[in-house]
Design a binder for this molecule. Structure first.
Ligand code: PPS
Length: 307
């Protein structure tokens, strides 16, 4: 989840690093808890925080990044911080505000943050603070194909001390496909958001689109967020947020999680992990759930998920 090296300059980032260091590898039962049928990591959040979030007062000008884990949260978060840096002369990544991470008091602390607040979350639609919907806050939903997401998640589980370790990819895959991982099933997650797309002030962009056509996607993001940049500024943001520059920066700040967070940043890495059978299992799951839906179409499944 979004505890990147980029964030370690911040109070919340330091907290996450400390928790990661303190956490000895635990069994899934010790390190995860279930809330409303979804698993969460104990070291970074709690039932109390998830409950307190329902009292959070959203703002119309909040910029909320919504992602299933490992879909590009930190990347888009950094991009938005760079954009706000240019449009509001504000320091980039002053704070990495991950909604569900921290203590319940965070709801109060969030009130002090200047607008526009850049927030991120992996919460599913049902567990989201309702205020974001009432205020029609701007939501950026970032998607990544389910196979690369799975591989990225597997490595993150094994390299992040706050999460349990899997002794093999095959064991992780079984849990991933059945939704027995942090934040639940990839497919249920997308379906939950898909049902409400028409009611929300939402823009959807994929990891793959950003990799292949960054400038065009950033221009669309700028239009949606009402934060216009010049062509030169778009180029500058692109340069500052490449995988290489984000990884280097995270490594410079000595983030213990830099390696886990900025692993490969590629499209198609799944092909070196998946067996033919596993690939077909995801295909069947996709067909039975997301195929034909707006978000399913957005994934461009046949282009990115076939051997
Ligand atoms: S988390 O923990 O859920 O918040 O992780 P998240 O940030 O959503 O996703 C991590 C993956 O995004 C890749 N990444 C990038 N790719 C391309 N460009 C940039 N700038 C970038 N920054 C992060 C990161 O490497 C993870 O993917 P994998 O496949 O594991 O490399």
């Amino acid at each position: 989840m979004s505890n990147s090296g980029q964030n370690t300059r911040t109070g919340q980032g330091k907290l996450l690093e400390a928790q990661a260091e303190d956490a000895n590898k635990k069994t899934p039962d010790q390190s995860l808890f279930s809330y409303k049928g979804v698993l969460y990591p104990c070291s970074v959040t709690s039932k109390e925080t998830l409950q307190a979030l329902q009292l959070l007062e959203a703002r119309e000008d909040d910029l909320l990044i919504v992602t299933y884990p490992k879909s590009g949260t930190n990347w888009v978060c950094q991009v938005l911080h760079e954009v706000v840096h240019l449009t509001h002369q504000r320091e980039p990544l002053v704070d990495a505000l991950i909604l569900e991470f921290g203590k319940p008091e965070k709801v109060e602390h969030l009130k002090e943050k200047p607008s526009p607040r850049i927030l991120s979350t992996h919460l599913n639609y049902d567990n989201m603070p309702r205020s974001f919907f009432e205020k029609k806050s701007k939501i950026l939903l970032i998607l990544r194909n389910p196979k690369d997401t799975a591989v990225s998640f597997y490595h993150f589980y094994n390299n992040n001390p706050v999460l349990p370790t899997y002794s093999s990819w095959d064991l992780f895959f079984k849990d991933y496909i059945s939704g027995n991982v942090c934040y639940g099933s990839y497919f249920e997650y997308l379906l939950g958001w898909n049902k409400k797309l028409d009611e929300l002030n939402i823009m959807t962009v994929t990891f793959e689109e950003m990799k292949e056509d960054f400038a065009v996607q950033l221009e669309k993001i700028c239009e949606f967020t009402g934060l216009p940049l010049t062509k030169e500024q778009i180029k500058l943001v692109e340069k500052k947020t490449t995988f290489k520059s984000m990884k280097e920066k995270a490594t410079e700040t000595n983030s213990k999680l830099a390696k886990a967070m900025f692993r490969k940043g590629e499209i198609g890495d799944w092909k070196s992990n998946f067996t033919e059978e596993q690939s077909q299992e995801v295909d069947s799951k996709f067909e039975a759930s997301l195929a034909g839906t707006t978000l399913g179409e957005k994934l461009n499944y046949n282009k990115y998920c076939k051997f």
